[in-house]
Write a protein that binds this ligand. Structure first.
Ligand code: HEM
Length: 384
């Protein structure tokens, strides 16, 4: 990786290289040390790398807004809770939490187990298979679709649609919004035992009425936010088992430690590497002035490896003190964190029980997700 002087151009070239995407740690450490805050003229945005700065930006919603600029023609997926600030955020999130409860998530445990068994069983019909495509990807998509009451037959189409919505593909956003408008209307007439019905009912009873758009946008974010992210987390767990071979034996002997293991995977290989805020009030950081309207890319993936916050940050340790920021921090803390954790724990526990020696193929050509906003693999050939 480049040793040249850190300019905006060098940083962007490095971030867009597959070498960095596969192993970002060394370069991120250099950014934390030498240039904790940098302005990139090309994208007109700041990038912040240290734990303290990342945490401050995420929690200080009076200075840093979650609003982003959308294309003029975009109406759908603009009122989703991740894009709005208080006081509106509080009402939308409260309604969401009333329906997407911990009880609903925990009740999915047996179904997630059954699904893990079915998907892995099918994959194991071959001596080698793609861990991401056959196991890590379909699991979260099917689970969230079932929770919401969306038919799962065409889940490949939903995976594709969901991945395109995340990249703000206008066609995909319009298609998904139209789908949810029809589903919401249907559930008003034919209530079921699913989340969309619960959401419609909560929406109809709520005094602090939300708009229909907010309801549709919540369905969209729920369907898309947890798919790629959780799939990457499950895939990154395999990379951590490769990097720390002694941990595999410990987890097989003590499956109760898998929850702790997943927290370390989230910290060491954060699936969401950074998120965006917009400067709302002019502010100073590291002697530089961040002006109103500037964008800030906040690197949780780097904060989570900050030597000033974590002892031996590159080591995988159980029972660490200190909190990682992989799910964000403050009022926008990931609503789906309990579900993502449950899915990842079950996926890895099931894999270790059933095929304890499942490992990445020696000659595997690992292909990273082609974006520095995420960390994970597109495909992961495994054998046993
Ligand atoms: C490993 C998996 C996941 C990771 C790493 C992740 C990461 C994040 C992060 C970093 C945020 C904060 C965004 C911000 O501050 O702007 C967030 C918010 C959110 N996540 Fe997740 N997420 C994951 C899984 C899920 C799942 C499974 C769901 C739902 C099914 C979900 C739904 C949401 C929602 C609705 C928000 C917005 C919360 C708000 O703005 O109040 N996420 N997630």
């Amino acid at each position: 990786m480049s040793d040249s002087t850190l300019t905006a151009e060098v940083v962007m070239d490095t971030f867009n290289s597959s070498e960095f995407l596969l192993a970002p740690n060394e370069f991120l450490a250099r950014m934390r040390r030498e240039m904790p805050l940098i302005y990139i003229p090309e994208t007109q945005s700041w990038m912040a790398f240290r734990y303290d700065d990342v945490q401050r930006i995420l929690t200080d919603f009076n200075t840093f807004s979650s609003k982003v600029k959308f294309p003029a023609e975009q109406k759908d997926f603009t009122q989703s809770m991740n894009f709005i600030d208080p006081p509106r955020h509080k009402s939308v999130r409260a309604l969401a939490q009333q329906s997407f409860t911990l009880k609903r998530v925990e009740a999915m445990g047996p179904r997630i187990e059954a699904l893990a068994e079915e998907l892995l069983g099918k994959a194991l019909e071959q001596p080698n298979f793609d861990f991401i495509l056959e196991y890590a990807n379909p699991l979260p998509v099917i689970v969230i679709a079932e929770i919401m009451g969306v038919p799962t037959e065409g889940h490949e189409h939903f995976t594709d649609l969901s991945n395109r919505v995340v990249t703000m593909d206008q066609g995909a956003i319009a298609e998904m919004a139209a789908y949810f408008r029809t589903l919401i209307e249907d559930r008003k007439q034919n209530p079921g035992d699913d989340l969309v019905t619960a959401l419609v009912q909560a929406y109809e009873q709520d005094n602090d009425r939300l708009s229909e758009q907010e309801l549709v946008d919540f369905c969209i974010v729920l369907l898309v936010a947890g798919n790629e992210t959780t799939a990457k987390l499950i895939g990154n767990s395999m990379l951590c088992l490769r990097d720390f071979p002694e941990i595999r034996a410990e987890l097989i002997a003590h499956p109760e430690k898998i929850g702790d293991f997943i927290e370390e995977v989230l910290r060491l290989r954060s699936p969401v590497q950074n998120i965006i805020r917009t400067v709302k009030v002019q502010t100073e950081l590291h002697g530089q002035t961040m002006r109103v309207g500037d964008t800030v890319e906040v690197f949780m993936g780097s904060a989570n490896l900050d030597e000033a916050q974590f002892e031996d940050p590159l080591q995988l340790k159980f029972g660490r003190k200190g909190r990682h920021l992989a799910f964000g921090n403050g009022i926008h803390f990931c609503l789906g964190a309990p579900l993502a954790r449950l899915e990842a724990v079950i996926a890895i526990r099931h894999m270790l029980e059933r095929v304890p020696n499942l490992r990445i193929q020696d000659d595997a050509d690992l292909m990273p997700v082609p974006s520095y906003n995420f960390h994970g693999l597109v495909s992961l050939p495994v054998t046993y």
